[in-house]
Design a protein around this ligand. Structure first.
Ligand SMILES: [Fe+2]
Length: 235
């Protein structure tokens, strides 16, 4: 039987390694790990003991401005441009901005609950430190397109399935990536992490990206270049 999968969500994985490791290229991986752990120590701890520390709500939400991360963010830019190209887009017509970026530190037993970055267009997560047993990212769909009967893909109905499960017949997909990898996905995609299961922390560098048009002339959709915006005088 012929099968055509329509409208899939694609998560891209870029294998960046550790771009800052070269001589004079900024901090080494070990130094970046220390830099992130120092942020955590200087801030309020997570409010729940199973919650990973997330810098965006702890006063460390613009690390794209921190010179320590310059090499990493240069590599992020290249990977996101490759993502656009993989989707068939002409990146030269688009203007991209890191709007917010932060570190996430997950210690043993800690996790990130289900959420989406609704204020953003594209989101990325780079795994600066990822122990082998580190909790993996889980992408979730609130309304899987093939779930023809409500609840069909809920775990309590797993016994109804005798074949393999993937994104076409599940409401969640685990993406396992290696240390040094970066995942890129539409920000509206709901995601979470498994509980972290290692004595060594998982450290992720997350970024939110907004995409605008370099030239919005005659184009109804997408944001115009922010240089054309005007802030309210009473803002
Ligand atoms: Fe997230």
């Amino acid at each position: 039987m012929k099968r055509v999968d329509v409208f899939p969500t694609s998560v891209f994985c870029a294998q960046l390694g550790f771009p800052g490791n070269g001589e004079g290229d900024g901090l080494s991986k070990a130094e970046l790990v220390e830099h992130v752990l120092a942020m955590r120590e200087r801030s309020e701890p997570p409010t729940a003991n199973i919650a990973a520390w997330t810098g965006d709500v702890r006063g460390f939400e613009f690390i794209h401005k921190d010179p320590a991360f310059a090499s990493l963010f240069a590599a992020f830019e290249a990977a996101v441009m490759a993502y656009l190209e993989a989707l068939g887009l002409d990146g030269a017509q688009l203007s991209l901005y890191f709007t917010r970026s932060w570190a996430v530190v997950a210690r043993a037993g800690e996790r990130v609950n289900r959420h989406a970055h609704l204020q953003s267009h594209l989101s990325t997560a780079y795994y600066l430190q990822k122990p082998a047993l580190g909790g993996r990212i889980v992408l979730l769909s609130p309304s899987p397109p093939n779930e023809f009967a409500p609840g069909l893909f809920e775990s309590r109905l797993n016994p109804l399935f005798k074949g393999p499960r993937d994104g076409t017949n599940s409401n969640n997909v685990i993406v396992d990536v290696a240390e040094g990898d970066m995942v890129i996905f539409p920000s509206r995609t709901e995601h979470a992490t498994e509980p972290h299961d290692s004595p060594d922390a998982r450290i992720t560098i997350v970024s939110d990206i907004v995409v605008a048009l370099k030239d919005s002339t005659g184009k109804e959709f997408l944001l115009p270049e922010p240089a054309h915006w005007k802030q309210f005088s009473k803002g």
